[in-house]
Design a protein around this ligand. Structure first.
Ligand SMILES: [Zn+2]
Ligand SMILES: [Zn+2]
Length: 280
């Protein structure tokens, strides 16, 4: 594992690849849906993804766009679709124009604004829906949904033969639903947990920047971030199978963060809450 390749996280059928340390680098890809959240300074592991979702315009999350676009263009990939908060569109376009001058090259990319609550298509049966987050600059989080179907409850006890007969008669046996597979917080204050789509996601990848009393909850809130003291009392109210913590400050070692989790997580939450893999 390295900065170029990212770290791999796996929970059941869900694999993520990324790297996240507050103020340094944050970028996490979800290969199954062909999508990458944030681009840090621009890293090789992001190059295959055709869709990029930018949470906000801080350098450690979004400064890599020119690099990434240039690499994708150079490899003759399809024009990338890059979604972002609306106020970022004009300045990011200006940055791309300046790089085009420096590089004497015309870049191809689609920048698109996002609106909270709207659905946007991704690969196959996946789509995403942005939600509001609360940082120091305009920001969004994103939920990836998968369109699924399942046998209606009233038919679950029937045999395959009986089901086959009903199907032949044209009975609609399946119900369709959208499963919130994964939510990604970006940088935000704790209030983003109020959104139902976040609380019901199978996997929640969320920032916890501050982890001990050297930085208080007030400090965290002032900078638009989350302190571990704010998350712990809310864990029970979250329906997520797994809560994956990113964006811890560079001031902490991984060992120190793991010791804090071990000491402070209530027994039923151990195993459900985990750090995204990061350098030791
Ligand atoms: Zn950040
Ligand atoms: Zn930020």
């Amino acid at each position: 594992m390295s900065l170029e390749k990212g770290f791999t996280f796996q929970h059941k059928d869900i694999k993520l690849v990324g790297y996240s340390i507050a103020g340094t680098t944050t970028s996490v890809a979800f290969p199954e849906a062909d999508v990458c959240f944030d681009v840090a300074q621009g890293l090789p592991f992001q190059i295959p993804y055709p869709t990029i979702l930018i949470t906000h315009g801080h350098m450690d999350h979004a400064s890599g766009l020119p690099y990434l676009i240039a690499m994708k263009n150079m490899q003759s990939q399809p024009i990338p679709n890059i979604y972002m908060p609306e106020p970022l569109m004009t300045p990011m376009n200006d940055i791309m124009k300046i790089w085009a001058k420096i590089d004497q090259h015309t870049y191809k990319f689609n920048f698109m604004k996002v609106e909270n609550g709207r659905d946007y298509p991704l690969k196959g049966s996946y789509f995403f829906r942005p939600f509001p987050t609360y940082h120091r600059v305009p920001s969004h989080g994103y939920t990836i949904y998968e369109k699924k179907k399942a046998l209606k409850a009233e038919y679950k006890s029937l045999s395959p033969v009986e089901l086959g007969n009903l199907r032949k008669q044209g009975v609609q046996l399946d119900e369709h639903f959208n499963e919130p597979v994964l939510s990604f917080s970006g940088d935000t204050k704790i209030e983003f947990l109020e959104h139902e789509q976040v609380r019901k996601s199978r996997i929640l990848v969320m920032e916890v920047t501050y982890w001990d009393q050297k930085k208080s909850v007030e400090n965290a809130r002032e900078w638009g971030h989350i302190h571990i003291d704010e998350l712990l009392p809310r864990l029970e109210s979250l329906k997520c199978e797994k809560i994956v913590l990113i964006h811890a400050s560079a001031r902490y070692t991984t060992k120190y963060l793991q010791e804090i989790l071990e000491a402070r997580l209530p027994e039923p939450q151990k195993g459900r809450v985990t750090l995204f893999p990061r350098p030791l």
